[in-house]
Design a protein around this ligand. Structure first.
Ligand code: DX5
Ligand code: ZN
Length: 219
């Protein structure tokens, strides 16, 4: 039987004034990873979290920090996020001149590298990167904001990524991010996803709901 899907709550939807408590609450509710959305107002039209905040939340997280960099240029900041406590660092090919080099650099820092594909980025983009990544992240919304609707065409891309990962024979996580709810989660899992990021669907209703919200995403 396939391993159960892992759930990565995006703290973008958490109460930013109480991030430590929010992380403890989602971990107690069953979170497998903590997804950190880093935005710079340049690569994406929103500004969120920098390395100082990652460093501040690190002692509050028992689960790995999955740091999604939506910043350009990305290379000058990768080491700062690694030192701040990121465990997984994911980058968009559009965010720097040499994504292959960026992924090598993340690995050289002892962190798990991942590549992220926007809805408009072709799946073939990962073909020459598979030996360098521990995670492939398919965006099912355009990056920048929580609370957007799932883009259906990305289901086919998840399935295409699944085939490529299986062909490597390596243990590469297949993560989906954006518009995940109990209904879209099922279809992502059926297409081969192994990690689901969810902000709105996890944090809605307050801490008393987190366990039920996370359980509902497991299918
Ligand atoms: C979008 C972010 C997502 C986002 C998901 O740029 O990468 O992680 O927070 O939010 P929901 O689950 O609300 O679509
Ligand atoms: Zn994200």
């Amino acid at each position: 039987m396939a391993a159960p899907v892992r759930i990565a709550p995006s703290i973008l939807s958490a109460d930013f004034a109480r991030l430590g408590d929010e992380i403890a609450a989602v971990e107690a509710a069953g979170a497998d990873l903590i997804h950190v959305d880093v935005m710079d107002g340049h690569y994406v039209p929103n500004i969120t979290i920098g390395p100082a905040v990652v460093k501040a939340i690190k002692p509050h997280a028992k689960k790995p920090l999955d740091v999604h960099l939506m910043i350009s240029p990305v290379d000058p900041f990768v080491e700062d996020f690694a030192k701040a406590g990121a465990d997984i660092i994911t980058v968009h090919p559009e965010a720097g001149p040499h994504v292959h080099r960026t992924l090598q650099f993340i690995r050289s820092l002892g962190k798990k590298p991942g590549v992220v594909l926007n809805p408009g980025t072709p799946i073939e983009t990962i073909d020459n990167l598979m030996d360098l990544v521990d995670l492939v992240l398919i965006m099912s919304v355009n990056p920048g904001f929580g609370g957007q609707s799932f883009i259906e065409s990305q289901i086919g891309k998840i399935a295409a990524a699944r085939k490529r990962i299986d062909a490597t024979g390596r243990d590469i996580a297949l993560e989906v991010d954006g518009g995940i709810n109990p209904e879209t989660a099922k279809r992502c899992i059926a297409a081969g996803a192994t990690v689901l990021v969810a902000g709105t669907a996890v944090f809605k209703g307050g801490a008393g709901q987190y366990a039920a919200n996370i359980a509902a995403l497991r299918g």
